[in-house]
Ligand binder design. Sequence first.
Ligand SMILES: [Zn+2]
Length: 183
Amino acid sequence: MVRPWSVPSTSPLACNEALRGQTRSEMTGYQAQFEPAMRAALAEASAAGDDVPVGAVVLDGSGAIIGRGRNQREATADPAAHAEIVAIRGAGAQVGNWRLEDCTLVATLEPCTMCAGALLAARMRRLVFGADDPRAGAAGSVWDVLHDPRLGPPVEVLGGILADECAAVLTEFFEGRRQGGTQ
Ligand SMILES: [Zn+2]
């Protein structure tokens, strides 16, 4: 079985709205400014242990990291413990406010419907993500929750940031599990 995130970044499936028609070398300076935050999210993903390696951070209006999360579903037996949810909860606790209006969610994988919904619930204005998720992505791949006018003003969505590295972490994880005979 081919995992969705093993789709080459040149595939039409892997193109997202923000980067459609662009190659990596055409990444703009605006997009590139989020690479350090994406590396922090990648570090979270890499520390996910037995969980599927997805990581996320939340940036405040100045770009400082105020929340970090990694997928912890297995570790905590919590079906809602996706990296994005953990990071958003951490950010709310950090600032003492559920409203994260000037904040940016940075995630290594395109968020699912639950996490996109949490971003909206926190009134966040921007999503930055790495690899597309053609199986369950809610930021343009399967659904486009963040651009649905029924849910409020559109959120800025930037996909494809360090996409190859974000996808590689997932691909290596699943290849390792297959080789380990645990799947
Ligand atoms: Zn999710």
